[in-house]
Design a protein around this ligand. Structure first.
Ligand SMILES: [Mg+2]
Length: 192
């Protein structure tokens, strides 16, 4: 499997947002199969020490969430941000079929962009090619506008705003839309 769905929870929506948690899962959009999973929580202190942004409005949003969601903020296993990112980069490297995984996140300005800023802040090389980033929001829009389907909202599983549950949910609905688009695609000519 060489596609990775990523979801992060943060304390800001700025590019240099402080990270709360990182969730990721390998998947195959052509089959919907899921593979290796990754989840780490990050200490707020380590993010602040790295000059990552904490935004009042986002903190207020966290305060309104359920106890289950807020547990990510006080996780006893939380790691310093540099350690969590180092482990994340190693996990990607170990489990990628080749060294060019496709990395999916929500929107061009969120998950991938914030993680790229965080990797740079702690001096770790981005563990994917920037040109291999793929956008969940775009494929959701294609599903709605071209196919009239919206599996994002038709089957919610897991805890919303848990980064790993969100990543798994996203991988599932992206795969469904991908397969529906694929079924509509003209058959490719195969060279003789
Ligand atoms: Mg999320």
């Amino acid at each position: 499997m060489n596609h990775i769905m990523i979801d992060i929870e943060t304390l800001s929506t700025a590019k240099n947002a402080a990270l709360v948690s990182i969730g990721a899962v390998f998947f195959n959009p052509a089959t919907g199969e899921l593979g290796e999973k990754f989840y780490r929580t990050v200490t707020r202190r380590s993010c602040e020490d790295t000059w990552m942004d904490v935004d009042e409005n986002t903190v207020a949003w966290w305060e309104k969430q359920s106890e289950v969601v807020r547990a990510a903020l006080n996780c006893p296993n939380a790691l310093p941000v540099a350690v969590a990112l180092h482990q994340f980069a190693a996990w990607i490297e170990i489990h990628s079929e080749e060294h060019k995984p496709f990395v999916w996140g929500n929107g061009p300005s969120f998950d991938c962009a914030i993680l790229a800023t965080a990797f740079a802040a702690v001096g770790i090389k981005l563990p994917w090619r920037y040109s291999n980033e793929r956008c969940v929001r775009t494929i959701v829009d294609l599903g709605r506008s071209l196919l009239g389907i919206d599996p994002k909202h038709s089957q919610i599983a897991g805890v919303a705003h848990n980064a790993l549950d969100d990543a798994i949910h996203q991988a599932k609905y992206v795969s469904q839309i991908y397969q529906s688009l694929s079924a509509m695609a003209a058959p490719r000519e195969v060279a003789a």
